[in-house]
Each structure stands twice: as structure tokens, then as C-alpha cells.
Design a protein around this ligand. Structure first.
Ligand SMILES: Nc1ncnc2c1ncn2[C@@H]1O[C@H](COP(=O)(O)OP(=O)(O)OP(=O)(O)O)[C@@H](O)[C@H]1O
Ligand SMILES: [Mg+2]
Length: 204
């Protein structure tokens, strides 16, 4: 077993073709709250991965999960994170469009990712699909507002991490989003409102 990553919330190991994601306890959180939060996120991630498997959406296949260990076992996705790929190349238009197309599909199925960053996308080197991971902050929602906020977080993440391609990278993503999401017009209009609110907040 090798350690893949240690984040703020979880530690990940690779065991042959499987990945084990374990959410560890945070010392500063009240024990009770910490346990229920970790349990909630583990269950949510497992539930969404199962649903994505049924949809044939490019995400790791869920193998098993444990409430006790607060862990999920899923398929290993071979490749680099999109963040890494974009930092080492300049072809961003195709990837950006693919991000948008895939977020459009998630939203059409009322799945809101909650943490749309390029570290949470892997360029699968076997099937060349952009594969989404890290569904611990995701939710099921039909609301235009929730989907607009998801896009807003993507916008912020792209601006912060891939400033050399911004704003084109997000504009390309929206073009892809329009292709796969029938409600895209309403959601993108709402995104403009969310952005305005964000600016007003800064001035307060
Ligand atoms: N199924 C997988 N296959 C290959 N690599 C993975 C897989 N899942 C995660 N990774 C790698 O591990 C890193 C961290 O995983 P992930 O984003 O799920 O956890 P995290 O951000 O630390 O946790 P969280 O945000 O849920 O607290 C990813 O950026 C990716 O490099
Ligand atoms: Mg992550």
C-alpha cells in the first residue's frame, strides 16, 4: 500500500488498482460534531459515486465503504490531475470545454459537486476521459441557485489556479456547459447575480 495524498480532511492510499480514502478526525473540532461530519461526508461521497456509476459518468467506481472506519474504497484512476496537466501544457480549450460538458451532465442529474477545482479532476490516461473525483462536499439539488453557486466556485478556482488562461478558460467551460445542460440559460443568468452579490459583499 502506498500513500497517495494527505489532505486537510482525508488520507488516501493506493492498493493495487484500488484507492482507500479515509477521513481522519480533526483535533480542533468537537468530537461529536467531527464524527457526524465525517460520517455524513463519507456516506454522501459513497452515495454519489454509486449514482455516478449507474449513470456511466466518468468517476471512480465505488467498491465499498465503512461508516466505522470512515473510509471508501474505489477504483484507482490512472493519470495526472487536470491541474498538473494544465500547468505543464498550454492546450486548455479542449479541457475547459470538457469540464463544462461534464458539469452540465452532473447538474442535469441534480448533482452539485461542491468543490469544482482542477485538483478534483483526473485526465485518465487509459480512456482519455476527464474523470471527476472528491464528492465529499457534493449534494443532490434541483435548485438553479445551487447549480449557479457550483459554477461560481469553478470560476473562482480557475481564476485562482489557472490565471494564465483566465477568463477564456471559464468562457470555454460555459460553452461546454450549454451543450449538455438544457437549463443552462437560467443557471448562467443566475451565475451573473451570484457574482454581483459577491462583489457587493466585498464592499460591505
Ligand atoms: N480514485 C482515484 N484515483 C487516483 N487518484 C486519486 C483518486 N482519488 C483521489 N486521488 C488523488 O488523491 C488526491 C486527493 O483526493 P481527494 O480530492 O478525493 O481528497 P481531498 O481533497 O484530500 O479530500 P476532501 O476534499 O474530501 O477532504 C487527488 O487530488 C488525486 O490526486
Ligand atoms: Mg480534493
Amino acid at each position: 500500500m502506498i500513500k497517495l495524498s494527505q489532505g486537510a480532511e482525508a488520507i488516501l492510499y493506493k492498493d493495487n488498482a484500488a484507492v482507500i480514502k479515509e477521513r481522519f478526525s480533526k483535533a480542533y473540532r468537537l468530537q461529536h460534531l467531527d464524527d457526524s461530519l465525517r460520517k455524513f461526508r463519507t456516506r454522501r461521497e459513497a452515495k454519489v459515486l454509486t449514482k455516478l456509476g449507474e449513470m456511466d459518468f466518468p468517476a471512480p467506481k465505488m467498491q465499498s465503504f465503512s461508516d466505522k472506519r470512515m473510509s471508501i474504497v474505489m477504483d484507482f484512476v490512472p493519470g495526472e490531475t487536470l491541474k498538473h496537466v494544465l500547468k505543464h501544457g498550454d492546450e486548455f480549450h479542449t479541457f475547459a470545454k470538457e469540464i463544462g460538458q461534464k458539469v452540465g451532465i452532473l447538474h442535469k442529474e441534480n448533482i452539485v459537486h461542491g468543490d469544482l477545482t482542477t485538483s478534483n479532476m483526473i485526465v485518465n490516461k487509459k480512456n482519455h476521459q476527464l474523470t471527476f473525483i472528491d464528492f465529499g462536499l457534493s449534494s443532490f439539488s434541483e435548485k438553479i441557485e445551487d447549480k449557479a453557486v457550483d459554477l461560481f466556485l469553478l470560476d473562482r478556482a480557475l481564476e485562482g489556479t489557472h490565471f494564465e488562461f483566465y477568463p477564456e478558460i471559464f468562457e470555454d467551460a460555459l460553452k461546454g456547459y450549454e451543450e449538455t445542460n438544457p437549463e443552462s440559460k437560467d443557471i448562467i443568468n443566475r451565475l451573473e447575480e451570484v457574482k454581483k452579490r459577491g462583489r457587493n459583499k466585498k464592499r460591505d
